[in-house]
Design a protein around this ligand. Structure first.
Ligand code: MRU
Length: 366
């Protein structure tokens, strides 16, 4: 993704340092941060300096590399790696990419015995995880663009209106994004698109991040309050919904940012296609029942009771609710497969059924 003419990924190596964009400051300030320890990577994930399934996985991959570098000085290499792996995995429970990346690092490092060799492997694997994420998201864009193109043809070239929830953009991955990748691909190929951006309370990833990245790319978009989508759909103002996912079961149940389920219900009621875009690293091949099995993160109540933003040139918070009122903060919900029109993956588009998903990814046949 380009920012002021410079291409950025969301995580990269610079002179032996792992660097990220501190997303807590967007859209008002673009600040990078160096991660020099595994603990710093864990804090960046837990406190949402980085967020989004793909980027959480890539950060965990680099976190394991940092752990390997540290481990060489600890006297017990394997114990340090294990402790760091557990620390990273415990930071956020819902996005499956986190455990996937840590386990991939574990398996690769086990191929060597000498610490130096393990460090080299960990660095290479972290790079592979990041490169793969970017490549898969680019392909998601190519496949998803065909859906947008088809709607555009049906509308005789009139603007295609796409609704999205949260941020499943390039900021949530290493590059391109999942839900936004088809949007960028369509826009770049000259198809007129417009995106309805749910603000996505309480962390406002839509307002802060999706609106920012679409704006930077020059994609026409409109920010809406979270409860607006149903009304727009009833009035023919939404042609399709594309969202991302933090974890999707092998049967097609989709965990995504809280509020996604309500959008899927509204889309279903209005006959509007509801697509979920994901790289294969976001499938949980061990789960069949999303509602029963996917762990849903609950975060602090202050995120609901306070709104944060830019005040007098710096980040600040204001209390919105009565101070004494308790608040609940469920981070994600699960949309059952029956409400999902299709899954857009790096290998193509399929229905949200076990048969079709395994048809695309036969190596995960049970
Ligand atoms: O809590 P976050 O910001 O890490 O939430 C994750 C998300 O960005 C969304 O749920 C997204 O739609 C799917 S992750 C690409």
């Amino acid at each position: 993704m380009n920012i002021n003419g410079k291409h950025y990924r969301t995580i990269w190596m610079e002179d032996d340092r792992v660097t990220i964009i501190d997303q807590r400051l967007l859209p008002h300030e673009f600040v990078t941060e160096d991660l020099v320890t595994c603990e710093a990577a864990a804090v960046a994930i837990a406190d949402m300096h980085v967020r989004g399934a793909g980027l959480i996985g890539a950060t965990a991959g680099y976190g394991m590399f940092l752990a390997a570098k540290e481990a060489a000085d600890t006297g017990d290499f394997d114990a340090h790696i294990l402790a760091c792996a557990n620390r990273l995995k415990a930071t956020r429970p819902t996005a499956v990419n986190l455990a996937w990346a840590v386990d991939r690092q574990f398996a690769r490092m086990a191929e060597a015995t000498a610490p130096e060799a393990k460090i080299t492997i960990a660095l290479r694997t972290a790079g592979e995880i990041a490169d793969e994420d970017a490549a898969y998201c680019r392909r998601i864009g190519e496949h998803g663009k065909l859906l947008v193109e088809e709607i555009s043809r049906r509308k005789s070239g009139a603007t295609v209106n796409i609704l999205t929830h949260c941020n499943a953009g390039w900021l949530a991955f290493v590059d391109y994004g999942s839900a936004t990748s088809p949007v960028y691909a369509a826009h770049d190929s000259g198809i007129p698109v417009h995106v309805w951006v749910d603000e996505t309370r309480p962390r406002s990833q839509g307002a802060k991040l999706t609106a920012w990245e679409l704006g930077r790319h020059g994609v026409p978009h409109t920010l809406i309050a979270d409860n607006t989508g149903g009304h727009l759909m009833q009035h023919g103002l939404v042609d399709m919904v594309i969202v991302g996912t933090d974890r999707t079961t092998r049967t097609g149940d989709v965990a995504n940012k809280i509020g996604t389920y309500l959008k899927a219900l509204a889309a279903h009621d209005n006959g509007i296609p509801f697509y979920v875009a994901l790289p294969s690293s976001s499938f949980d091949w061990n789960m069949r029942d999303g509602l029963a099995e996917i762990p849903v993160e609950q975060r602090g109540q202050e995120e609901v009771k306070y709104a944060d933003g830019w005040i007098d040139g710096r980040r600040g918070e204001v209390l919105v609710a009565p101070e004494s009122s308790p608040a609940a903060n469920y981070g994600f919900d699960v949309t059952p497969a029956r409400l999902v029109t299709g899954l857009i993956t790096e290998r193509g588009i399929c229905r949200a059924t076990e048969e079709d998903i395994i048809g695309l990814f036969p190596e995960n046949h049970a």
